[in-house]
Design a protein around this ligand. Structure first.
Ligand SMILES: Cc1cc2nc3c(=O)[nH]c(=O)nc-3n(C[C@H](O)[C@H](O)[C@H](O)COP(=O)(O)OP(=O)(O)OC[C@H]3O[C@@H](n4cnc5c(N)ncnc54)[C@H](O)[C@@H]3O)c2cc1C
Length: 670
């Protein structure tokens, strides 16, 4: 194909691609700091998820400071002029969507931003590894916008991905993201949200499917939105990858650029061992390092929005709108500073940037002078934490005093986290000694801590506790949701916690002890899903099945195959793949998710049935499930036959009876 010549439409200091929650504030902030700024936005208005996406409120747990307060005040000025009854400054507002769009646009224009709407960045201009701007699709054809520094605030990491940055969709274990949303307006400005389907927004087939199924979900609707708002999309791999362990340990970063404080709002998609074992975090003030905005190997690009470099389980704390607005503002300050000093984005003088952000109010003055200590725990300290570990369920941590808005004061250490992040050579003997003399629930908690290190000493204690929970011959009843409004299933507290005692089954699996096989068999026989179970965000039986699967993959013992096959034979968990058309029932995607989870485990244990099922999902028309199957096949076999079912079937036929278990390598964060 002949190369296409694209006219240069603008040359600017700073280019912001994506004028949503993060990007609109990013552009205005940079322009106010003196950088010539161009903003490209695919929708006809600014604000992204918070306006055209219909999510018109700030959610629980918000680090309320700086740029976010400024934005809220600007929106409230418009509210006053139109006599809107609620305030953008209030938690859960809601704001008037047009008022917010108008306020953001006025701010951008007054700051000196040059915005362009209905303009989609479709390629990145690269000179060696330096990002020089983007190519955008406009109604006048493709045009190039060149810049000294580019902010990728598409929320999907589009610009970084086009430039070749590494990324992962959703969680590391399965590439499966949180649910997306296409706003359904019950009345003007009052929307309700979806809790059931996923989308890969960079896949045009899947995006179209998402629009169509999103629009078909609203028989009581006044109207639909047009913008697919994803809760999660690409995670670009940056110089640093932020993890849940960093958050739980209150990690301080020398290059801190922003603070967040979100609720544990993971929609039951969890990917780290901390949450698998039942630990729920309170709303913790969380530091975002600048190095999480710099895609590895690329220069002069900052990735913001929810595509910053972090794991799936980090997103809940940092993705809320106040945090994203403040992040955008900080990116604008950093870019303007680098441009003023004539250096690259990576070489910016962070001290200057941080000082400016303390003036804005998003960073705390103490951050400029503090000395950060990051030393491994010694034996005495570990012993002290072990003494503090009591019998309370790990989910109780969600109830400790939370970070007050705007004052990140809560810094108490979580003993379970400190113990399990310490040197196993020191911690395991201490825990084993303590376990020998412990009783009641504390014994179970100590066993869970040992399991985090893979210690088999924990297994008998965990088995006893699980058997006790199953002693009535049934699984414990489905938890009651305390907020079932709008047909969705939102739990304000307890979101993300595995259904008890699934957290103990996860812990047992982590011990890689063969005694777990009998427990899984018994538990498996009690899991009898009914269609109504799948109406929840993640179905009630999901965590039991997932916990069995997780343990079986870690153990890698083919003796678990009959238990898994029996679960897979349930009509609700078999043949759930869909190849064509638009499957609009959320619950069917959830059944399919459980089936792929089972298939992956069967494949890992060397069962042809597992491979067969994964191959069947490669051309599923729900791209997240197809990707889950694809990445599982690739990870287990080390081969890459793409998503070509034919090639994989040939591979399977050639493998014949040589299939064998390939245990999963344990990973703390995911
Ligand atoms: C259903 C739902 C409910 C939520 N509930 C809350 C809540 O109650 N309160 C809260 O604080 N947070 C909530 N969140 C989280 C929060 O709203 C989002 O995490 C946040 O808005 C994401 O900001 P962003 O800048 O990454 O993306 P967005 O705000 O979506 O901005 C991305 C922008 O980039 C544009 N864009 C994308 N690709 C391109 C391209 N190639 N070229 C040009 N422009 C492009 C888009 O049009 C968009 O304007 C919710 C999220 C969802 C999805």
């Amino acid at each position: 194909m002949d190369p296409v010549r694209v006219p240069v439409f603008r040359e600017t200091d700073f280019l912001v691609a994506g004028g949503g929650t993060c990007g609109a504030t990013c552009a205005s902030s940079a322009a106010r700091e003196g950088a010539g700024t161009v903003l490209l936005e695919l929708c006809p208005g600014l604000g992204g998820t918070g306006t055209v996406g219909g999510v018109s409120a700030y959610w629980y747990g918000r680090y309320w400071a700086g740029f976010a307060i400024r934005n809220a005040n600007l929106v409230d000025e418009v509210h006053t002029s139109i006599r809107w009854p609620t305030s953008a400054n209030e938690l859960n507002g809601p704001w008037n969507i047009e008022a917010k769009m108008y306020a953001l646009l006025e701010d951008a224009l007054q700051s000196g931003v040059e915005p362009f709407f209905n303009t989609i960045a479709i390629a990145t201009v690269l000179q060696d590894n330096r990002v020089r701007g983007v190519v955008a699709a406009t109604p006048y054809g493709p045009v190039a916008v060149l810049s000294k520094i580019t902010a990728d605030t598409t929320g999907d990491g589009d610009i970084a991905a086009f430039a070749g940055a590494k990324f992962r969709y959703g969680a590391a274990r399965d590439s499966y993201p949180m649910w997306f949303n296409l706003a359904q307006y019950l009345r003007p400005t009052e929307s309700r949200w979806h809790f059931g389907h996923t989308v890969i927004v960079s896949n045009v087939d899947d995006y179209t499917r998402a629009v169509l199924i999103g629009r078909r979900r609203g028989p009581t609707c006044h109207d639909h939105g047009n913008y697919i708002a994803t809760r999660e999309s690409r995670h670009i791999v940056g110089d640093e990858i932020l993890t849940l362990t960093d958050i739980l340990r209150h990690r301080e970063w020398p290059d801190v650029i922003n603070l967040g404080a979100g609720q544990m709002d993971c929609h039951r998609r969890v990917a780290s061992n901390w949450i698998r074992v039942g630990l729920l975090m309170p709303i913790l003030p969380t530091e975002m390092p600048y190095s999480a905005l710099l895609p590895r190997g690329l220069e002069n690009i900052l990735v913001g929005g929810k595509a910053f470099s972090g794991t799936h389980d980090v997103l809940y704390n940092l993705r809320n709108q106040p945090d994203m607005e403040n992040l955008g503002g900080a990116m604008g300050v950093a870019a303007a500073c680098a441009i003023r000093d004539g250096v690259s984005a990576r070489q910016v003088d962070l001290r200057k940037v941080q000082k400016r952000l303390t003036e804005v109010g998003t960073l705390l003055p103490g951050m400029l002078t503090r000395r950060i200590k990051d030393e491994p725990l010694d034996e005495v300290t570990i012993r002290a934490f072990v003494k503090q570990l009591d019998g309370r369920h790990l989910a109780a941590w969600e109830d400790v005093p939370m970070a007050e808005e705007g004052s990140p004061r809560y810094r108490e250490k979580i003993p379970f986290v400190e113990i399990c992040s310490s040197d196993p050579e020191l911690a395991v003997p201490i825990l084993e000694r303590e376990l020998a003399g412990a009783t009641g629930d504390r014994r179970v908690r100590l066993a869970q801590a040992l399991a985090m290190f893979g210690s088999r000493t924990a297994a008998p204690v965990l088995i006893e506790a699980i058997e006790q929970a199953m002693s009535g011959g049934n699984l414990p009843p489905k938890p009651v949701l305390n907020d079932e409004k709008d047909g969705g299933a939102v739990e304000r507290t307890g979101i993300g916690i595995p259904t008890p005692p699934a957290e103990l089954v996860y812990s047992l699996g982590m011990t890689r002890d063969r005694r777990a096989l009998a427990v899984w068999e018994k538990l498996g026989s009690l899991v009898k899903p009914v269609p109504a179970d799948f109406a929840d965000e993640l179905p009630w039986p999901f965590h039991y099945v997932d916990a069995i699967c997780y343990g079986a993959e870690l153990l890698g013992d083919a003796e678990a195959i009959p238990t898994l096959k029996k679960l897979h034979s349930d009509p609700l968990l078999k043949n759930q793949s869909t190849k064509a058309g638009f499957q609009i029932d959320f619950d069917l995607e959830k059944r399919a998710l459980v089936e792929v989870t089972l298939a992956r485990t069967l494949a890992r244990l060397g069962s042809a049935e597992g491979y067969d099922t994964l191959i069947d999902y490669l051309d599923d028309n729900r791209a997240s499930l197809a990707e889950f199957a694809h990445m599982s096949l690739e990870e287990i076999t080390g081969c890459n036959n793409g998503k070509d079912p034919q090639a994989w079937r040939q591979w399977l036929a050639a493998a014949g009876s040589s299939l064998k278990p390939i245990p999963l390598v344990n990973r703390l964060d995911g």
